[in-house]
Design a protein around this ligand. Structure first.
Ligand code: ZN
Length: 806
């Protein structure tokens, strides 16, 4: 899901996730937590192992799945009817559940996400009052009212076993427990069938991840249907049954499995879905099939359903239906979309030795933007993400335009940006579309295939995905206006308050977009560019993706893999960026220069003489110049110390002999060292923000050259507040700059310079405005009336040429 702050209602929609874990990630598995209480809280380099689950055979210490790794499996066969008259879903789902755990199960939980829209749902009951003053938008008001009147939630008609025998079940909020007739032993399976229906939510008025959009002009709907059938909850080695209710934000995690879904919809609708269409002969015209075939080898998107055909299709109404059959293998969910309004374009894109069909579905209202960018952005995403993780394993990748701004499901995603009615669009809309398509298609990799638990840990998919989205955007065009990823983009958030650590449960996160998308994406970018370097990082990141492809990683699996595959201890980095809320602000406090004193008495005397000569006379000395002194008129007062023979800087022979004796005791190397003219600068740094980071320093010399230096974060290991660093150089340093290329998200640049840098600011001038009194206003109104009458007369002379009076 993507967050877009320009549209408040939808922004809130796209928000997602949940849960719990910034402190004891797995106390259950590490009851002893051996060192936790012995850790010094001020030690920013203390290891995180006591906070992480004790490695076992399921998840080993390297961060990889272990020899005893297991996960459950659920296969689905679903018949569903889309009722366009009443905007309803009527379905029958047969679920084959495979218990691949080593445990015996006496019940199975399924998720009933549509129950979130019941009026008595926890989502509604726990929603706090919006801020009504000074104003709220009409769309927000409509949403509040629609939420109260919408008749949402599942109607469960029956729950039976495969033979049609009713099974006891209990609905609890957004979950339903199905009690099994017999305990389900390890390595066995069970089947159950659920018949159900629900009213589809209007996605334009109620915040949702799916729903319909109604087009008043042509009386058509676009349906984006997701979280639309009872889905078996996850049962895992680290959490047992998923027990987080669906509150709308924490997305989900499900079991992987195979799907066969038969979607029945009005005949004139075009339907697209997760998976491969297996009955194209029955539902597509020969012409569409021919175009689709041609699109496989085309180098740019080909219309399968043209804009003209889609336009014509808008007014067709038949009483008949068609059933579209889709098969999907090894996916964790299934979504679909349907409308009479759909234009369909497609282009084959090479992924390894296979061709994946990149396809987009959108109404004429989305043109000309969508045919230009959507499918190209899909192909680009598969290319870039494939290089940083693994090759996209499915046959299709689909982007649909409808009511949802940005939401992802396996192989298919929903994306909102559209041009204006006149076909023009802003820069924000153009890049908003490309970015949201990259982001949502990118979610196929995280979390659809690397199956992390979104309801618990939002950053594991949104953060990783936003990081790769940034890389893909920067590969789209030079200067691409990425909203997130570059360290300087996160500075304002890091500096501000009201924060929780990234390692916070999805529903409890504050400032969702910055916390779960922006900050982790930036942290990974910094890890890649500044701490590990591209080569080490890319190898480790790919290793993580490869290890956990079609499996379920937890945060510690990610952290451990990144360390294991780079051979770099990063606990301090995770601690600072993922478990804490401190920010980066390193300052240059002070610079001192030291040089070698050889001890030679003649050199010393010469140095002191030069210093004395250089010394400017004091004010009194200057004014006293020419003053008649007592010893001038009483010369008898003068003695040896007033005579020219006396030199207070004179070197005694004794001192020279003693120095020579010191030299005689030295080796030739040591004597050479004494003669060095090297400069020893001690630069004092202060950690104002608290987050420990490498010190990145640019040193400018008197000869106009400069040099970049980087001191690893471990420089702070003895004292995380203040450190001094010795810089040894034969040159003279004239200027120092901290983090000049803005790579660490340093929140205050004003303390990054030595000598201090003056940053000029500007202010504006304004003219005092005097309020008009009542007499002046009356006179003004009269004048305005005259002017308007004149304009009226002129308008009647020549109607077309007169500019409207504003
Ligand atoms: Zn997302």
């Amino acid at each position: 899901m993507i967050l877009n702050c320009t549209r408040p209602l939808l922004a809130a929609i796209c928000v997602s996730f949940c849960s719990c874990c910034w402190m004891p990630l797995a106390t259950a598995q590490s009851p002893e937590a051996p060192n936790r209480k012995h850790q010094d809280p001020s030690d920013k380099f203390a290891q995180l192992d006591p906070w992480w689950p004790t490695p076992g055979d399921q998840r080993i210490a390297s961060g990889a799945p272990g020899p005893a790794y297991w996960q459950q499996r659920a296969d689905y066969e679903i018949d569903v009817t889309l009722d366009d008259q009443t905007q309803r879903i009527i379905g029958s789902a047969r679920i084959d559940y495979h218990n691949q755990s080593p445990h015996t199960l006496s019940y199975v939980w399924v998720q009933l996400d549509q129950n979130r829209f019941r009026s008595d749902a926890d989502d509604a009951l726990t929603e706090t009052a919006p801020s009504l003053q000074p104003r709220i938008s009409f769309s927000h008001m409509k949403s509040i009212l629609a939420r109260r009147s919408f008749d949402g939630g599942y109607r469960i008609k029956s729950v039976t076993d495969a033979q049609g025998k009713p099974l006891p079940h209990k609905i609890a909020g957004t979950m339903m427990r199905i009690d099994l007739p017999e305990p389900l032993a390890p390595e066995t399976g069970t089947q159950f069938v659920i018949d159900y229906s629900y009213n589809i939510v209007n996605g334009k008025t109620i915040r949702a991840r799916s729903g319909y959009e109604f087009f008043e002009e042509d009386k058509n709907h676009i349906y984006e249907i997701a979280q639309w059938f009872p889905r078996v909850a996850s049962y895992t080695d680290f959490g047992g049954w998923q027990n987080k209710p669906f509150l709308g934000r924490g997305e989900f995690t499900l079991e992987l499995g195979d799907y066969r879904v038969r979607i029945t919809a009005p005949s004139e609708m075009v339907v697209t879905a997760t998976g491969t269409l297996t009955n194209s002969e029955e539902v597509l015209t020969p012409q569409w099939r021919e175009r689709l075939e041609r699109a496989k080898t085309a180098d740019k998107p080909v219309f399968v359903v043209t804009p003209e055909e889609a336009k014509a299709n808008e007014s067709v109404r038949t009483e008949t239906t068609k059933t579209w059959t889709f098969d999907a293998k090894n996916v964790r969910d299934f979504a679909f979309a349907a409308s009479r309004k759909f234009i369909w374009d497609a282009m084959g894109t090479e992924v390894g030795s296979d061709t994946v069909m990149a396809m987009s579905f959108y109404p004429n209202e989305a043109e000309p933007l969508w045919s230009k960018y959507s499918t190209e952005a899909i192909a680009h995403t598969l290319d870039v993400y494939g290089r940083y993780s693994f090759e996209y394993p499915y046959e299709v990748a689909i982007s649909v335009n409808g009511p949802v701004y940005g939401m992802e499901y396996p192989m298919i995603c929903f994306n909102g940006p559209r041009p204006e009615d006149d076909g023009t669009y802003s820069k924000a809309t153009k890049y908003g579309l490309i970015s949201v398509v990259i982001h949502e298609v990118g979610h196929n990799f995280f979390p659809m295939i690397v199956n992390s638990d979104e309801r618990q840990w939002t950053w594991m998919d949104e953060g990783l995905n936003t990081f790769l989205q940034y890389l893909a955007e920067q590969e789209w065009e030079e200067g691409y206006p990425s909203r997130r990823g570059d360290p300087e983009k996160i500075v304002a958030y890091m500096r501000g308050g009201n924060q929780r650590p990234i390692m916070t449960g999805s529903e409890e996160i504050l400032q969702f977009g910055n916390n779960a998308y922006g900050k982790p994406a930036t942290a990974l970018n910094i890890l890649r560019e500044t701490i590990l370097g591209r080569e080490l990082f890319d190898f480790a990141f790919r290793e993580y993706a490869r290890r956990w492809k079609f499996k379920r990683p937890t945060p510690s699996d990610f952290f451990r893999t990144m360390e294991d595959a780079s051979a770099i201890d990063l606990d301090w980095f995770w601690r600072g960026w993922f478990y804490g809320t401190e920010h980066v602000d390193i300052a240059i406090d002070d610079v001192e220069l030291y040089q070698i004193d050889s001890g030679d008495p003649d050199e010393k005397a010469e140095r002191e003489r030069q210093e004395k000569d250089r010394r400017e006379p004091t004010l009194s000395e200057t004014r006293n110049e020419g003053l008649k002194r007592r010893i001038d008129w009483q010369p008898g007062l003068k003695d040896f110390y007033n005579s020219p023979e006396y030199d207070e800087l004179k070197v005694e022979e004794e001192d020279r002999k003693s120095f020579q004796k010191f030299l005689d005791g030295l080796t030739s190397d040591e004597r050479a060292l004494l003669r060095r003219t090297t400069n020893f600068y001690v630069v004092d740094f202060r950690n104002v923000g608290g987050l420990v980071m490498p010190i990145v320093l640019r040193v400018h010399y008197a000869d106009s050259t400069s040099e970049m230096m980087q001191f690893p974060a471990q420089i702070w290991r003895h004292n995380s507040k203040q450190v001094g660093k010795l810089i040894v150089t034969d040159k003279e340093i004239v200027r120092l700059e901290l983090d000049p290329r803005r790579q660490t998200a340093d929140t205050d640049e004003s303390n990054n310079h030595w000598p201090e840098k003056l940053v000029p600011s500007r202010f504006k001038l304004f003219k005092d405005e005097k309020k008009k009194n009542a007499m002046q206003k009356a006179a003004q109104d009269e004048k305005q009336a005259d002017k308007e009458n004149g304009a009226e007369e002129k308008k009647s002379d020549d109607d077309d040429k007169v500019e409207p009076v504003e």
